[in-house]
Design a protein around this ligand. Structure first.
Ligand code: TMP
Ligand code: MG
Length: 189
């Protein structure tokens, strides 16, 4: 079924807040409604095998890995009405124009990604996508230090907080990251 209007939905929050779970939930609902869904992910996230997206609790669905946002246009089937992307923070800025293009063609675009990097700074194209989205869902994890809502992701290197000047991209999970609230998020400069 073709949507009457396209739309952009962004799911954001720290690591371990359930972004991928929520993306998978929305994709499954669309598949049940027999909508034609395509799921993409950046090929640099190779954590759980290259052709799937997987939540931290182990749920997974098939996804097409792409290295650059422009690759997506070539991979889009004519009858696709729902496009989902996970880990959208890793995409280049070209993803912003492509998202707008898809939505104006009547496609429902669902994007999930980290709003903030380990330093607590906006991550890649996320600010531009959040502003343009019709719907934004900001999820929270739980701070491992105090049990309050976590909005930040702490990167740890040998158990110590990573430095502000460390590289922004470091693919990983619990061995290198934990969710923390604003008060317990530490970034030595
Ligand atoms: P997740 O949001 O699905 O948990 O995955 C986030 C991915 O992003 C994970 O591979 C770790 C990576 N990452 C970075 O590369 N830099 C960062 O600053 C943060 C917080 C995460
Ligand atoms: Mg995820």
């Amino acid at each position: 079924m073709i949507h009457h209007f396209g739309r952009v939905e962004v799911i954001c929050g720290s690591m371990f807040c359930g972004k991928t779970e929520e993306l998978i939930r929305r994709v499954r609902r669309a598949i049940i409604a027999r909508q034609k869904v395509q799921v993409f992910k950046p090929s640099l996230d190779d954590r759980y095998g290259i052709e799937h997206i997987t939540s931290h609790d182990g749920q997974n669905i098939k996804a097409e890995p792409i290295a650059h946002s422009e690759e997506l246009i070539g991979k889009l089937s004519k009858d696709t009405t729902v496009v989902a992307f996970d880990e959208v923070q890793f995409f280049d800025d070209g993803i912003v124009a492509i998202t707008e293009q898809l939505a104006s063609r009547g496609i429902r675009v669902i994007l999930a990604g980290l709003d903030l990097d380990f330093r607590g700074e906006p991550f890649g194209p996320m600010p531009a996508l959040l502003c343009r989205a019709e719907e934004v869902t900001k999820l929270h994890a739980i701070c491992v230090q105090c049990g309050e809502q976590a909005s930040r992701t702490q990167r740890l290197v040998n158990g110590q907080p990573a430095n502000f000047n460390d590289p922004i991209i470091l693919v990983g999970a619990q061995e290198a990251y934990e969710p923390r609230c604003r008060d317990h998020h530490i970034v030595p400069k």
